[in-house]
Design a protein around this ligand. Structure first.
Ligand code: TRP
Length: 363
């Protein structure tokens, strides 16, 4: 069957529907975790911060521990979308793997791998690109946003096409679940579209080559940076997972608060104070209203002391583990080597299937 290229677009995104679907998926995962493979990834651009931890890492470890087959991608080729030079790439890759291991991603149960080591994954990009139109690529809201904030002088071809590459990340291992934040929904839509069109064009009816992956939106708590803006490495307002206790204390001491001495949890009216309260509550495993209530009229200094202690206590074992692992480079490299080997076997098998479906196996 032939396929027209401009049918579904990311403009059709329906976030409330995606949330409802995620809740349903979450129930199925808890019932039969072993049935699911999940894939997520990060661009190696430096150390991960507390926003990443509570927004996604924590959730990945939870899924892994439930028994979901986790694939964790170090998206080293995607890094090239948003910078002219990928300097210190090797260092960033190592930092990312250290963060993963320190928080409890377990290489015995999860597969940690990099784009650059998996030729068959990258090759999928070519047939996949033929399945999307240039107009569709241009409409992707996340890409538009990245272009608007890009420090590059010109928009590269990779910037426009990386969502299709990301579709290859997901489809090469036929992941059904993609635990992501809301900003990634347009990319998920691209992956679903590519899967559907590939199946329509090349598949046999009733036995699709690719399942349509689904987003598993995490209940990401909104942690702000220390300046009250979005927490982000590039804004210098984040607290790294690997920060020392002293650095953490200093960063929290400098965090923005407001003029009201009475501490309350009210994310809308008092975003900065509430984000600090939330951070303490997440580390303490407690309700943010209760945490705020106990501080009450003791003011911002007391709040900051509570947050600092909570963060440092919670992350102490993670930081200790990270420091220990950082002394064993060979181990980190071994984790990547094994993960890459496992991912390559999966990618080779999928590429073979794709070539067979396309009638492109000539020998
Ligand atoms: N785009 C994601 C980010 O910037 C990283 C990523 C790459 C990813 N490939 C992926 C996420 C596949 C989920 C699935 O955070």
């Amino acid at each position: 069957m032939s396929t027209t290229l401009d049918t579904t677009t990311s403009d059709d995104l329906d976030v409330p529907a995606a949330r409802r679907r995620s809740a349903e998926l979450e129930r199925s995962v808890r019932e039969r975790p072993g049935r699911f493979r999940a894939l997520t990834g990060d661009r190696p651009t430096g150390r991960l911060h507390l926003g990443h931890y509570f927004g996604s890492l924590h959730n990945r470890v939870r899924l892994q521990n439930l028994g979901v087959d986790m694939m964790v991608l170090v998206a080293d080729y995607q890094v090239l979308t948003d910078r002219d030079v990928a300097d210190r790439l090797a260092e960033h890759v190592e930092d990312l793997v250290l963060d993963y291991l320190a928080v409890g991603i377990d290489p015995a149960r999860a597969t940690i791998f990099t784009h650059s080591a998996i030729p068959a994954l990258n090759q999928l990009l070519l047939p996949f690109l033929s399945l999307v139109s240039v107009a569709e690529l241009g409409r992707n809201p996340t890409v538009k946003d990245e272009i608007a904030h890009s420090r590059q002088s010109a928009v590269s071809g990779l910037m426009c096409t990386y969502p299709v590459h990301q579709a290859a990340d997901i489809l090469f291992c036929k992941a059904g679940l993609v635990p992501v934040g809301q900003d990634q929904l347009p990319h998920l839509e691209v992956a679903r579209t590519v899967a559907r069109r590939f199946n329509n064009r090349y598949g046999t009816p009733g036995s699709p080559v690719f399942p349509e992956p689904e987003a598993l939106l995490s209940e990401a708590p909104l942690l702000l940076g220390t300046d009250g803006g979005k927490m982000s490495k590039s804004r210098g307002n984040s607290i790294a997972l690997a920060a020392t206790a002293d650095e953490t204390a200093r960063l929290i001491r400098g965090a923005k608060t407001d003029a009201d001495r009475h501490i309350a949890y009210d994310p809308v009216a008092r975003p900065e104070v509430s984000s600090l309260v939330l951070l303490a509550a997440l580390c303490l495993g407690r309700d943010p209203h209760e945490v705020a209530g106990e501080i009450g009229g003791r003011g911002a200094a007391a709040l900051k002391a509570t947050v600092t202690e909570a963060v440092n206590d919670y992350f102490a074992p993670i930081r200790a583990r990270r420091a220990e692992l950082a002394r064993d480079r060979a181990h980190v490299r071994g984790v990547l080597r094994d993960g890459n080997e496992r991912a390559a076997v999966i990618a080779d098998a999928t590429l073979k299937e794709v070539r067979a479906a396309m009638n492109a196996l000539y020998y």
